[in-house]
Write a protein that binds this ligand. Structure first.
Ligand SMILES: [Zn+2]
Ligand SMILES: [Zn+2]
Length: 362
């Protein structure tokens, strides 16, 4: 099934023609649980990896035997997922809860020393034929993304990402069993296996990086929208209540009537969810200027890994095909990955894609 982002609630460039100079495309990946093959784009699916090529390992010095068993992470998710789909309100059965109680983090692999190599997790495999915004070194049509599932690298104590570009026709015989670490630092570093439904969309630059005039015009427009809503609210809602329950009921009723409030950030700027290309959002920190360490070229985000496919402020991006399935977490949070404070980006050098990448987090 394809995934279709609805048209934006308003035409951003008709409202603000100057935005045309701050437009970029991105490809939303729309990961959904599935059973991808090694020659398909996927999150955490089988990789098209040559049998003769060593699998990347982490050799950094950090505790590698303490954490969650990878098999426990998967079992826990399966149990919770089945319970939710049986009945979202009643939770796991007593028998399931007993199993869940045994799935605790701990020193599960004491035989692994801090400097011992552990296989990286296969995070994503992306073919350029599927993803129009995926551009890499000349001739390469496949990007494989792997990471060490311990947040223990570099000054930011983050995961460590390895990118492998290749020509798929050169792979020859492919690995049938992918190496995996036994223990992972945090369960949220482990992606669920997903098939992808890539869809190209248009984005506009993060508001804080636009010219001041344009920022002001957008702000005025948003304030105008807000005042319209407030007028509607004020005329129908009494200003005092006898009990807290009455107040709460009135607020709930007002909220139910409230129309979805269109904002630049939520609806017109940056697509939520896992994606390739497009812009980076800087809603939690000041914008960072990320440039290539080798040649100084500004590095846009190539891959964005997101905690969810949308949130309450970006519901207009929910694909048409999924609107009846909300709030199923298999749709809104298919990968189960939560890095940084919700977003992890891999920035690559557009001038020479083989130059070292950098990560940014929000
Ligand atoms: Zn590591
Ligand atoms: Zn460079």
């Amino acid at each position: 099934m394809t995934r279709t982002t609805p048209p934006r609630p308003v035409d951003a460039e008709a409202l603000f023609p100057a935005l045309a100079d701050h437009r970029r495309t991105s490809t939303r990946l729309h990961p959904r649980h599935g059973d991808p093959k090694a020659d398909e784009s996927s999150v955490a699916g089988p990789f098209l990896w040559p049998t003769g090529e060593p699998w990347p390992v982490c050799t950094a010095d950090h505790p590698k035997g303490i954490g969650h068993r990878l098999s426990d992470v998967r079992l826990q998710r399966r149990i919770l997922d089945e319970a939710w789909h049986r009945d979202p309100d009643s939770g796991p059965t007593e028998a399931e809860r007993e199993i869940l109680d045994t799935l605790q983090p701990g020193p599960h692999a004491p035989q692994i020393g801090d400097a011992d190599p552990i296989p990286l997790l296969a995070a994503a495999q992306l073919f350029t034929r599927d993803i129009p915004d995926l551009t890499g070194p000349d001739g390469c049509d496949l990007l494989q993304v792997l990471w060490c599932p311990f947040e223990a690298h570099g000054p930011g104590r983050t995961i460590d990402v390895v990118l492998k570009w290749r020509r798929s026709q050169d792979v020859g015989e492919a690995l049938t069993v992918i190496p995996e670490p036994v223990v992972v630092g945090r369960a949220e570093c482990v992606p669920n296996t997903c098939v992808l439904h890539p869809e190209q969309v248009v984005e506009h630059q993060y508001e804080g990086l636009l010219d001041e005039d344009l920022q002001e015009a957008i702000e005025e427009w948003e304030v105008g929208n807000d005042e319209e809503d407030d007028d509607a609210f004020d005329s129908s809602t009494p200003s005092s209540f006898d009990t807290y329950e009455e107040y709460e009921a009135a607020m709930a009723a007002a909220h139910a009537d409230e129309e979805y409030e269109v904002t630049y950030r939520g609806d017109l700027s940056i697509a939520p969810g896992w994606k390739v290309g497009g812009f980076a959002s800087w809603h939690l920190t000041d914008p960072a200027h990320i440039a290539c360490e080798v040649c100084g070229t500004p590095m846009p985000p190539l891959i964005t890994v997101a905690v969810s496919e949308w949130d309450g402020a970006s519901e207009s991006w929910i694909p048409l095909e999924d609107r009846d399935s909300v709030p199923d977490s298999r749709i809104s949070d298919p990968t189960g990955v939560y890095l940084g404070r919700g977003l992890m980006r891999v920035h690559t050098c557009p001038a020479t894609p083989a130059h070292p990448h950098q990560l940014s987090f929000q």
